[in-house]
Design a protein around this ligand. Structure first.
Ligand code: S3P
Length: 174
């Protein structure tokens, strides 16, 4: 089925959603939107500030609202936050309105990619090396229920963007 021309990139924190999304958008000559950046623009605060000043529930409410209002009619690749599919009816909404791509990495791969950028991510900023791995394992096991509903799943490490592009084109019939 051909849906709207929206591609949602989904996956855990640190899975490379923004990088892959930007590359895919550029190859398709589509617009690119980073949902976390939209939330920061909309609130005038950084993600850590939103979490510390307003709390996670507030963040999730804005995240869901912006996700559903982001589509301007132009063909767009949207990179979501790691938790986006797992709250409210966000995953249903993405499945209904576009093509969903899950960038899948193992907990160890995620830990090595996240250890240098914990400060930007409120959910993991206080975890040490060991705690980070068990947090990722537990959270990923929980979140995969949503991630696994994606139309396409690709290995996020050494992602072959041209292979992904062909897959996307065949699914969208473009
Ligand atoms: C979150 C992931 C973050 C950001 C927020 C919460 C999560 O996005 O939305 O810190 O719940 O996994 P990235 O996946 O881009 O780090």
């Amino acid at each position: 089925m051909v849906k709207n021309h929206i591609i949602y990139i989904i996956g855990f924190m640190g899975s490379g959603k923004s990088t892959a999304g930007k590359k895919l958008a550029s190859l398709l000559d589509w617009s690119f939107i980073d949902l976390d950046k939209k939330i920061e623009e909309h609130t005038g605060k950084t993600i850590p500030e939103i979490f510390s000043q307003k709390g996670e529930d507030y963040f999730r409410a804005i995240e869901s609202k912006l996700l559903k209002n982001i589509y301007s009619g132009a063909s767009t690749v949207i990179s979501t936050g790691g938790g986006t599919p797992c709250y409210s009816d966000n995953m249903d909404s993405m499945i209904e309105t576009g093509l969903t791509i899950y960038l899948k990495l193992t907990p160890n791969q995620l830990r090595s990619r996240l250890s240098g950028s914990k400060g930007e991510r409120p959910l993991i900023k206080n975890l040490n090396h060991e705690e980070l791995l068990s947090f990722i394992e537990d959270k990923l096991a929980h979140r995969e229920k949503w991630y696994n509903r994606s139309d396409i799943t690709v290995e996020g490490i050494d992602l072959d963007i041209n292979q992904l592009l062909s897959l996307v084109k065949s699914k969208l019939d473009i």
